[in-house]
Design a protein around this ligand. Structure first.
Ligand code: 3PG
Length: 372
């Protein structure tokens, strides 16, 4: 795989696919490590006098966090100067690309606004960028499991390579030996997590833990509506749940305050925001026994301080264990910072969620394959 060391970027129009996808609350972008890290490659390309065109996404069409990248650009500008262009493949984008001088960078609008992003054939998006850009740099390891147009552009732009973040992720993962690993799977994307269910022991938490519990036959009440309305609930084969531990209590929100309720007291009218203390204790005992650990996604809603306890307790236990640990999940890396756990105690902290998980599950990632 080629890297930024393999090309002369001076005066070249470089299409950089970054991953800026971050937590959003009430349409407001939260402070994101993915964005500060993305700045590393942008800075290097600017220093090498490239004309940088950044392409990225936020959320999925129809979801609450599917917003413009305007706020991302503002946050990016705390680290590196980048101009926001409210267009992707239209005349405005084309003229801004043509106007770029050496060492300048622009960020285009959320690429998932285009239906062409989800089309695997050559289309208006692939035509536009193969016409306007000379080198493609993929710095979005965390999106490499998606066969989407902006990830598969090396098919259309002859010169392509990995950015620094992607390079760092791949190099670290090459060192992994995950046989017999304990999986701690949380977060809000169960369809990704089910790939790892089977032989290995799994501690389920986050929205995923609730989905597992429902699949074991437990009724949760109001929370079921939340999971079903947002299409988070999925059916999971009972056989796959054999090695999956599920939470034994949950923290709910009562007038803004945290209240812990045992699973036996569900169904009820409460929405769930975290795992409770009994679950934390049970999981920490397993973590102490583990030889290797892979943790993906938070155990609760860490955007609210009173519901960060579960995630912080698990992170502390993982950091304190002797096991080699890999932590993944873009949203989890922000929680790690907030938890104040010493990051040096983890084996590798990835900025990826689903992509890392697919990689660990032994799948080929379309974005990496096409870069080879
Ligand atoms: C992520 O947050 O894992 C990546 O940005 C990919 O997002 P996606 O799951 O919406 O494709």
């Amino acid at each position: 795989m080629k890297t930024l060391n393999d090309f002369d970027f001076k005066g070249k129009v470089v299409l950089l696919r970054s991953d800026l996808n971050s937590d959003v609350q009430n349409k407001k972008l939260l402070k994101s490590e993915r964005i500060s890290e993305a700045a590393i490659t942008i800075k290097e390309l600017k220093k090498k006098k490239a004309r940088v065109v950044i392409l990225a996404h936020q959320g999925r069409p129809g979801d609450e966090d599917f917003i413009s990248l305007k706020q991302h650009c503002k946050q990016l500008n705390k680290h590196v100067k980048v101009k926001f262009v409210e267009d992707i493949i239209g005349e405005k984008a084309e003229s801004e690309i043509k106007r770029l001088k050496d060492g300048e960078a622009i960020l285009l609008e959320n690429v998932r606004n285009l239906k062409e992003e989800f089309d695997l054939n050559s289309n208006k998006l692939t035509d536009f960028f193969s016409r306007n850009c000379e080198i493609y740099v993929n710095d979005a390891f965390s999106v490499c499991h998606r066969a989407q147009a902006s990830i598969l552009l090396p098919k259309y732009i002859q010169k392509s390579c990995a950015g620094r973040i992607l390079e760092r992720e791949v190099n670290a993962l090459k060192k992994l030996k995950l046989d017999g690993t304990l999986y701690i799977l949380g977060g809000a994307k169960p369809e990704d997590n089910i790939k790892l269910l089977g032989k290995n022991k799994v501690l389920s938490c986050g929205l995923f833990g609730q989905v597992c519990l429902m699949n074991k036959g437990k009724k949760l009440g109001e929370q079921e509506n939340y999971l079903k309305n947002r299409k988070i609930f999925i059916e999971i084969d009972k056989n796959k749940l054999k090695n999956v531990e599920t939470p034994s209590d949950f923290a709910v929100n009562i007038n803004g305050k945290r209240k812990e309720i045992p699973v036996e007291e569900f169904p009820n009218e409460n929405e769930i925001f975290d795992i409770g203390e009994a679950t934390q204790k049970k999981y920490i005992a397993e973590i102490k026994k583990a030889k290797a650990i892979y943790m993906k996604g938070p155990a609760g809603d860490c955007s609210k301080k009173q519901f960060s306890n579960g995630t912080f307790a698990i992170l502390k236990a993982v950091a304190g264990s002797k096991a080699f640990s890999v932590i993944g999940g873009g949203h989890l890396s922000d929680a790690i910072k907030a938890s104040k756990v010493n990051i040096k105690k983890f084996g590798h902290i990835s900025l990826s969620g689903g992509a890392l998980l697919n990689y660990i599950a032994g799948e080929k990632l379309p974005g990496l394959e096409v870069l080879k």
